[in-house]
Design a protein around this ligand. Structure first.
Ligand code: SF4
Length: 227
């Protein structure tokens, strides 16, 4: 169980799953930089935040910008939207509303409909927070993709819950260590808003250069010994 002072942002789990160095740059070194992707994402989230706080559509109650917290996983953050689906069976009670309701978190992302493990883990963490705060069990949520205006359901099965718990624990360990992992260039770097600050290609060249210098120096030393 974590203390209030030890909570880390839920979004750090998505960062960590995408790239451990990215999580460290954000949450250890406090490095932030917008690219087109994050700027569009920010606008999308602002639109969600601007909308009315709560509304009811038929048997669904919609609440936007919901603060979340889990002391078990040590997380804090905000859900873009939580739908509460009215149920006749097992659900939670809501203030000012009769009956039982099943929470259904929805996370907004830019781009096209696709499966991204980092997004699924972020959404699952939101569900775990809601379960801890409201009680009950949440089996499903959804990720809404702004470009295609479509959403993909995500099932919170045992495997995803385990990965989410592991990610939360590892994010805490990473932040506690205060050590930023070395940069390693890969395909995903092209999509990363920190590319220009992280400079993974330059880091690789620099480390290769240093390795060559060290190797040459060792070889020269060996040769000198043998002379
Ligand atoms: S540029 Fe690549 S290595 Fe650097 S933080 Fe982003 S994804 Fe990670």
């Amino acid at each position: 169980m974590y203390n209030e002072d030890d909570l880390v942002p839920i979004s750090a789990l998505a960062d960590f799953t995408f790239c451990e160095r990215r999580a460290a740059l954000h949450f250890i070194e406090c490095v932030w930089e917008d690219n087109v992707c994050t700027a569009e994402g920010t606008i999308l989230h602002e639109r969600v935040d601007d909308a009315s706080f709560s509304e009811t559509r038929g048997s669904v109650r919609i609440v936007r910008s919901v603060w979340l917290r889990s002391l078990v996983l040590g997380l804090v953050g905000k859900a873009d939207m939580v739908e509460f689906h009215k149920t006749a069976t097992v659900g939670v009670k809501l203030e000012g509303a009769s009956g039982l309701w099943v929470p259904f978190p929805v996370e907004y992302k830019r781009g096209y409909l696709r499966h991204e493990l980092s997004f699924a883990i972020q959404l699952c963490a939101q569900a775990i927070c809601l379960e801890e705060m409201l009680g009950g069990n949440i089996s499903t949520g959804a990720i809404f993709y702004g470009k295609t205006m479509r959403r993909m359901d995500v099932a919170f099965d045992d495997a995803l819950r385990q990965r989410t718990e592991d990610a939360a624990r590892k994010v805490h360990e990473l932040i506690d260590s205060g050590i930023t992992p070395k940069a390693e260039y890969s395909k995903k770097c092209k999509q990363c808003s920190l590319l220009n600050l992280c400079m993974p290609k330059v880091s690789k060249k620099a480390s290769n250069y240093l390795m060559n210098v060290v190797d040459s120096a060792s070889e020269a030393k060996e040769e000198a010994k043998n002379d």
